[in-house]
Ligand binder design. Sequence first.
Ligand SMILES: [Cu+2]
Length: 533
Amino acid sequence: MNTESVEGRRTLAWLIVAAAGVRAAFGIFVAIDAYLKWQPGFAAHYAGYLQNAANGQPPWLTPWFHFWIQLVSPRTGFFILATRLIETALAIGLLFGIARRLTYIAGASFSLLIWSTAEGFGGPYTSGATNLGPALLYALVFVGAALFEGFLGPSPYSLDYYIGRWFPKWRSVAEWKPKRIWPEVRPAFDWDHQLGAIGAIIVVLALALSTLGSATNTSRSPATPANAAAAVSPLKLAATTVSPLSMATAGQTTRRALPILPPLIGDGADVNINLVATDATIEIVNGVQYQAWTFNGTVPGPILHVREGQTVHVKFANNGMMQHSIDFHAAQIDWSVAYRSINPGEKLEFSFVAQVPGVFIYHCGTPPVLQHIGNGMYGAMIVDPLKPLPPAAVSYVLVQGEWYTQQVDGKLMTGDYNKMLAVTPDEVVFNGIAFQYKDNPLQAKVGQRVRIYFVDAGPNLWSSFHIIGGIFAAVYPDGDADHALTGVSTYSVGPGQGVVFDAIMPHPGKYPIVDHSMRDMEIGAAGLLNVTQ
Ligand SMILES: [Cu+2]
C-alpha cells in the first residue's frame, strides 16, 4: 500500500491498531489461563490430566503418550513449574508486546504440545470427539497474530518498539523483519480513536472466543453431569456419554468362581506375597471391557489371607507403563519407604507383621491415587484373629469399587479422570463386574452362618451395605471380634474401610445383597444370596 499518501497512512495505522487489539485481547485470555495454572488444583491434577488424555486414544498414538508419561511422571514438579513460567511469560509478552517474535513462536509450539499431550489431540481424531480443542485454537491464533504483525511491521503499540529504538539488537527477537526501517511514530489520528478501537476489538474477540468455546464444549452430546464437569475443566478431553451398562450384552453373565475366602497363604510364622502391577483388559459388565491398571491382572487384585502375628514378606514388581506402588492398610510401617512409587521395570521388597486382625484394603498409592484406585489398583487382605470369630459355614469376600469410563472403541472402555474428580461413576460394582452375582448368586443354607468379608475400595463412595430381607447376626467393624455389633440391618463402610458381616438366614429364598445407596444399586452394586434348605 502507498504509505506516503494520507489515505495509505490512515489505513496502515488502523491495521496496526487492530493488530495491537487482537494481541492484547488474546493476552487477557492467556493471562487468565496462566493465573489458573498457578492455582494448587493445577499441580494436584497435572499427572492425572496427562494420563487421562493418554486414555482413549487410537492405538497408533500409544507410543507418543507413553513417551510423555515416562518423561513427565518422575519429574512432575519440573513440568508444572515450566508450564506455569511459560504461560506467564506468554501472557506478559502478549499484553505488553515484549519479544513478540519469540512470544508467537513459543506460544504456537507450546499450544501444539499441550494439544498433543495433556489435551490428547482433542479434535475429530479420537472416538466420539468432534471438538477442535482450545489448545489447537490457541496455536492458530498465535500463528495468525504473527502473520498479521509480520505483514504490518513495527508497531508503536508495543514495548518492543521503544526497546528497539534504544537497543536495536532487540529487534531480532521482536520483529519478523528486523532490518525494516523503523518509522517515527506518526499517528494518523488521535489517541482517543485508537484506544477506542483497541477496546472495541478486545470486546468483540472476547465475545467471539467465549461463544466459540462454549460451542466446542457442548456440541458433541446432550448435557449430563459428567459433561458439565468436563466442560468446566481447565483442560478439555474427549469424553463420551456412552455408558458401559447401556452396551452390556443381554442374557446370562459369564459364570465365574464364587468369591470364596481362600485358605491361609501359609501356616508358619512367615508368608510370602508376590504382587505385580500390570495393565490388563478386564470385563466390567457383561460383554464390555475396560483397560485397567491392576495387581496381578485382576480387579480386585488377589485375596490375601494371613493370620494375626504372621510376618508378611512382600515382593512388588512394576510391569506397568508408569509409576506404581503398594499400600497395605493391614501394616504399620514407614510408608514413605515401603509405599514409595517405583518406575516400570523396578522391584520393591518389604516386610511387616500382621499385628491387627481384620479385613483391610491394599491399593496403589501413587499420585493421583484417585486415578490409580479408580483404574482398578486395589484388593483385600484378611488377617484372621487369634481369638477366632464364631465359625462360619461359608465365607465370601466382596470388594466394592467404582468405574468411571470413557469409550475407546466399541465395547472397550478406559478410565475418565474428570468423572473420578466429579464423582459421577458409570458403575458401582462388587468384585469388579456390575451385577455379576445376580446371575451367579452367593450360596448358603438355611440357619448357616454365612460370613462376608467386605471392603469398600471406593475410590470415592461410601457403601451402605444391606441384605434385603435379612438382619445381620453380627457386624464386626474393621473385622475385629472385639468390635461386634448385633441387630444391624444396614451398615456404612467408608472408602478404604473393611467390615465383616455375618448373616444367618432363617428362611430359604433369594435375598438381594446391595449397596442401599439406591443410585449405586441401580448401576451395578446388587447381587443375590441364594439360601436353600
Ligand atoms: Cu498405580
